[in-house]
Design a protein around this ligand. Sequence first.
Ligand code: RIB
Length: 308
Amino acid sequence: MKPILVIGSLNMDFVVQTDKLPLPGETVKGRDFRTIPGGKGANQAVAAARLGGRVRMAGRVGQDEFGRTLTEALSSAGVDAGQVRPTAGVATGVALILVEREGQNQITIAAGANDLLEAADLEPAFQDFGQGIVLLQLESPLQTVEAAARLARRQEATTILDPAPAAALPPTLLRNLDFLTPNETEALLLLGEPPGEIRLDDAPALGRRLLELGPDTVILKLGDKGAWVVNRRLSRHFPAYPVKAADTTAAGDTFNGALAACLAEGGTLPQAIDFANAAAALSVTRAGAQASIPSRRRVDRFLSEQRA
Ligand code: RIB
């Protein structure tokens, strides 16, 4: 089995449920405040490990209680957190998350220690890693993400970039990627299009335009419309598994972690996307980021029920 390396963020999520997300300047009443381990990098690491991967994570936390809790959460999910560096003089990253009844959310992050992850942190992380799978996101400094993609390509590892939070990206980074996995907002921003929804009919053409930016394969994550995959050999829709959404937080992270876990085992791309769709669907049925990520047994059982 190939190893998986996640380079990215760890946040403590401050989560409040609400009936209605506030408009700018509006105050709304919420309920059920919880702190839950999160951060797009850590969520992807936990997902990949819970779903059977051999996972190492590199990141930064502060020397504080949240940093210790987040590192322990990784270890108890089976992730090697030896390259998560507690850093003096800076707070651990946090995310303020409002979750609406339908499962939609709003997230604001204060990056804290995540902003100090630097290219020098990558060498020990890549030590003895070989040609595994590298998971990247955009809650770390862009220069660090670019350096990680360059290092990964040099040693013929497979790179999967989740371009979240949405940002315009340099061609030098996009050309070093094996997989680019944007959601609708991220895809439209990368293409310089106004924000909106992507209709399934438009997905193949948008996927091809994203492919022209440089990655080998584009996986458009379309929420309850599933995923559309485009590369030189394939343009194909993978429908989502219908579930009742309670909280969509970390569904995209679960998808990427699951994708990596299945590819690391030698799964084909269609198998990996189907597995990732199932894991992401299960994650939206439960509240929270890492709290919602399903186990391998649960995903396998769900898939065999769906196929019965
Ligand atoms: O993708 C979900 C994650 O985004 C949350 O866990 C939060 O920490 C933010 O990073």
